[in-house]
Ligand binder design. Structure first.
Ligand code: GLU
Length: 278
C-alpha cells in the first residue's frame, strides 16, 4: 500500500508552495487508495510555534485535504531521536562539536580550499573530530554545550542510490555534506535525522516534496543505510513561483492560504491552480 506524508515545520502559515506539496502527497495516496499522513516537524524550539501548528491543520482542512490517523508531532518523540544518536555514538560514527559559528568561520577563512556542501555552506573543517577522548569528556563534564556531528569518513558507505520517480536510480554523494550536524546546540536533533527516522517508522513508501530538498536525499539515504531503515521512493516536485518567476517563500504574506481565504479565494480555485501548474 502506498503511504505518503506531508511534513511541514510550524514556523509560519502555510503558503501556496506548501499547499502544493501537501496536495501532491494527498492526491497520490487518495488515487491509489493508500494512506496520507501529516507530521509536524517542530524540533526547532526557537522557530516553531503551537499556534502555527494549529493553523496548518485548519488550513489543510479548509483545502479539503484529510489525513489518516493521528498527527505525528516530532517534539513528542525526542527520546527516539536521542536513542538513534546514542546508537551512532556507540558505533563511533558521531562526535560532539563545541565550535561556535565564529570558530568555524575563522577556520574556514584560514584554510586555502574549504570544500562546500550541496547547500553552498562550507564543510565543517573537522576541528572537534580531532579532540581526544579525555578532552571531550572534560569539556562535557564542565557543562560546555555541544552539537553532534556525523563523522563522514567513518560513516560513509559507497554505492548508495535512491529511486526517483520518473528518473530511476540516483547515485548518492553524501560525502559532499562533510561532518553534518545531527543535533544542534539549541535543538535536540536535526531535520535530517528526524525526517529519515520518521519516514521509516511511519512506513512511508513515497516521499513527495519540493526539488529544493533533493540534494538532502543523498544524506537521508546514508542515514537509512547506517540505521537499517527502509528507503522510500522519492518524487521531488517543482517549486511554485510567483508571476515574476520568483520562488514562493514564507515571507510572502500574500501567498499564505490564510490571506487568500480572507480575500475570498476558494479552496477549489487554489487546487485548480495546482492542476494548471503540474
Ligand atoms: N519539514 C520540512 C520543511 O518544512 C519538510 C520535510 C520533508 O518533506 O522532507 O521544509
Amino acid at each position: 500500500m502506498i503511504i505518503t506524508r506531508f511534513a511541514p515545520s510550524p514556523t509560519g502559515y502555510l503558503h501556496l508552495g506548501h499547499a502544493f506539496s501537501a496536495f501532491n502527497a494527498w492526491k497520490r495516496a487518495r488515487e491509489a487508495g493508500g494512506r496520507f499522513l501529516l507530521r509536524l516537524e517542530d524540533i526547532d524550539p526557537g522557530r516553531c510555534r503551537p499556534d502555527y501548528a494549529a493553523a496548518i491543520q485548519e488550513d489543510l482542512a479548509w483545502l479539503g485535504l484529510d489525513w489518516d490517523g493521528p498527527v505525528r508531532v516530532q517534539s513528542e518523540h525526542l527520546g527516539d531521536y536521542q536513542g538513534v544518536l546514542d546508537g551512532l555514538a556507540e558505533r563511533g560514527l558521531v562526535y560532539p562539536c563545541f565550535c561556535t559559528r565564529a570558530d568555524i568561520a575563522r577556520e574556514v577563512a584560514a584554510s586555502a580550499a574549504a570544500p562546500h556542501g550541496p547547500d553552498g555552506a562550507p564543510q565543517y573543517p573537522g576541528t572537534c573530530r580531532r579532540l581526544s577522548v579525555t578532552e571531550r569528556a572534560e569539556r562535557i563534564a564542565a557543562g560546555e554545550r555541544f552539537a553532534v556531528r556525523l563523522d563522514m569518513a567513518a560513516a560513509f558507505r559507497p554505492g548508495l542510490y535512491f529511486e526517483e520517480e520518473g528518473e530511476g536510480r540516483i547515485t548518492c554523494h553524501p560525502e559532499r555534506f562533510g561532518d553534518v550536524v545531527l543535533a544542534r546546540k539549541d535543538a535536540p536533533a536535526s531535520y535530517h535525522l528526524c525526517v529519515t527516522h520518521d519516514d521509516a517508522m511511519q512506513g512511508v513508501t513515497l516521499v513527495t516534496r519540493g526539488v529544493d530538498l533533493k540534494p538532502a536525499t543523498d544524506l537521508h539515504r546514508l542515514l537509512q543505510a547506517l540505521m537499517g531503515w527502509s528507503t522510500p521512493v522519492y518524487a521531488h516536485h517543482r517549486l511554485l513561483t510567483d508571476p515574476e518567476g520568483k520562488r514562493l517563500a514564507k515571507r510572502d504574506k500574500a501567498a499564505t492560504l490564510r490571506s487568500l481565504r480572507a480575500e475570498g479565494v476558494s479552496a477549489r480555485a487554489v487546487i485548480e491552480r495546482f492542476g494548471q501548474s503540474q
